[in-house]
Design a protein around this ligand. Sequence first.
Ligand code: GTP
Ligand code: SPV
Ligand code: MN
Length: 632
Amino acid sequence: MASIKRVVSVFCFLSCFSFREMDGSVVLKDLQNDKLRLWIEEVQELCEPDQIHICDGTEEENALLLKEMVETKSLIPLHGKFRPNSFLARSSFEDVARVEDRTFICSSSIDDAGPTNNWKDPNEMKSLLKSLFKGCMRGRTMYVIPFSMGPIGSSIAQIGVEITDSPYVVCNMRIMTRMGREALNALKDQDFVPCLHSVGVPLEAGKMDNGWPCNPQNKYIVHFPQTKEIWSYGSGYGGNALLAKKCFALRIASQMGKEEGWLAEHMLILGIENPDGKKKYFAAAFPSACGKTNLAMLQSSLPGWKITLVGDDIAWMKLGEDGKLYAINPEAGMFGVAPGTSFQTNPNAMETIKSDTIFTNVGLTQDGDVWWEGMDKDPPKNCTNWLGDMGEAALDQKIAHPNARYTTPIKGCPTVDPAFDDPKGVPISAILFGGRRASVVPLVFESKNWRHGTFLGTIVSSEGTAAANGPIGKLRHDPFAMLPFCGYHMGDYFSHWLSFEKRGDPSLLPTVYYVNWFLKDGSGSFLWPGFRENGRVLKWIFERLDGTASAESTPIGNMPTPTSLDLNDLNLSIETVGKLLTVDVGAWLNEVEELKNYYKIFGEKFPSEIVEELHLLEAALVDKNPKPTESF
Ligand code: GTP
Ligand code: SPV
Ligand code: MN
């Protein structure tokens, strides 16, 4: 490799190891941080890599890694005419999504992890992991990736360092975070979150990978919330391997937020401007593959309304000195669902991924471009599927895996918000919860106050998607869209949310809304057109906050009056609008029973305020319920 000037052995503490250094790259003497140096030494001793590469985040370094991956066939370069500087990666059948049953929260006590997390004793887990990691990087390069979650220098931001043996992870982390020398400089002698990752496939001398390396029999995605450490073994895919994302920015950060009085949430952040140029910011929590990326990049069909993108997956929110809740997006990129993305459903995503994007598990067309279900009508002739098969060999497979994704820089999005890099964050006026519900939950309703809003977070449930291993379409509770991501006892998490009411002036907190784009009619078709038309619901929320849109009180919350929701030019029948904006009292009473049952799992840590809210809802529904005799 021409650009690697030398392989050197430096520093007494790692004297027997070789370091890859390039012109201007980070060298060991740059590592002023004692904890970092000691940790690198420990990991190198444990994992026994052939060499160590400290990432500086430069273009040159990235180009070198991409070139090496193309040479070893772990990346396919796409045709520069269609997608400049873009690549396709194909994983394996056994490594396509998050693995929730292999994800562990190893708090000091099982009670701290709570009923929604897999718990193992931290000491036992550490010794098991140490045996797995022993020698696991033999034959490979160990990459050290310093990164900042959030704008460097923001008081809400945090520094992490991921060590990985996957160059695919390095290039994805470079898109997803602010990675390299700048993050290292910001670290100085402060603390950081160590994130250790291995694909779990040591290589014999002189051997190369045959396909996507992973260790399906031994996947462990492990978090130590007390010591703020992450260890991940056996998977190279998405949230299992890009440890800054779900592992750090949600599971570990949620624990930090509990300790320090802030919120780490599975939420998009968007800016919304009305035709008069008045602007607000909203955050929204929907479970995985339920429409955050789409909403965050929305191009409204309503004249004069403009939506801008701050984040599509994660929000860190802190109370500002003015009492408002400020949010930053800790990420710098998007790891978005590809299937279903088209110029009709998400034109801004299609623009963003025109270049500088890594696609994983999508189809490859004969002329070197990508394709997936829902991009346009039919797959082009002779398109290979996500496994690289074509024709008969590919018959039982979709072209793209349902959880195929693109990794792309947020700054490449034509609608990126001007405050994307603002260290202060953006003030949040509304928080939306939602999920995939074919029935029961209407298009939109508004909470009455913060406590009721928190209750609405606890009742989120959604039909399963391909984002995680597990049944697709089956309804499951997913409070705050955080079920797989809360790093501590969810009962304590509900109390933490409630506590914001007392931290300052509750009237300055965002108003909570509940939305559902996914109602279906009897034949299984969506009742609501969704996608860009969701801007109409955003408009109603905006105008509610301004006091210019009307609503009527219902047992579940405030709902749009027939004329306050802008449905112009939608051609929806009165019957459809009725279905979208109806509270089905009987179905909601069943929902209440289901919630009573569900809440039991949280035991003594379940806050009494939420029980009270459930009782209030039940009482309001019973009040509206026509007595059985009346229906005769
Ligand atoms: P994660 O990245 O997994 O956290 O998911 P996400 O919430 O960002 O999901 P995303 O926006 O990528 O949406 C996933 C799927 O939902 C895609 O297949 C979309 O086509 C579909 N989707 C998004 N918005 C809508 C909508 O308004 N209506 C309908 N019917 N489908 C939608
Ligand atoms: C999700 O599953 O919610 C994602 C994708 O955003 S992953 O990063 O793999 O968790
Ligand atoms: Mn997500």
